[in-house]
Write a protein of this length. Structure first.
Length: 108
């Protein structure tokens, strides 16, 4: 991929009901040899996410697995809508508004 993946839309920040993703602070990381700017995430909060993130199954001190988290799903939906994804889904990635849960697992 050429160019930037993240357009700083902040939909991931807005989708996180626990406030684990910073709107103001970010870091630069190396992903597959490319420098990418990413929002700072409070992984202590993220570890208790009730919206798809899971504690790291490989190491207790590892960062949580956010692949299925609402923030990642929201990002994929946004990238699909703005046409960045080269591989298209047969149907839209998200067809309805996602259900969101508070820290106790209760629907918001």
């Amino acid at each position: 991929m050429e160019g930037k993946l993240c357009d700083l839309c902040m939909e991931c920040v807005e989708s996180c009901p626990h406030g684990a993703i910073s709107k103001d602070k970010n870091s630069e990381v190396n992903i597959a040899g490319k420098k990418m700017t990413v929002a700072n995430v409070d992984f202590k909060i993220c570890n208790f996410c009730t919206n798809g993130a899971r504690p790291n199954r490989l190491h207790n001190a590892g960062k949580p697995d956010r692949l299925a988290a609402i923030c990642t799903r929201t990002c994929i939906d946004h990238l699909e809508k703005i046409g960045v994804l080269k591989i298209k889904f047969a149907t839209p990635f998200r067809r309805k508004k996602p259900q969101v849960f508070d820290i106790r697992g209760m629907p918001l």
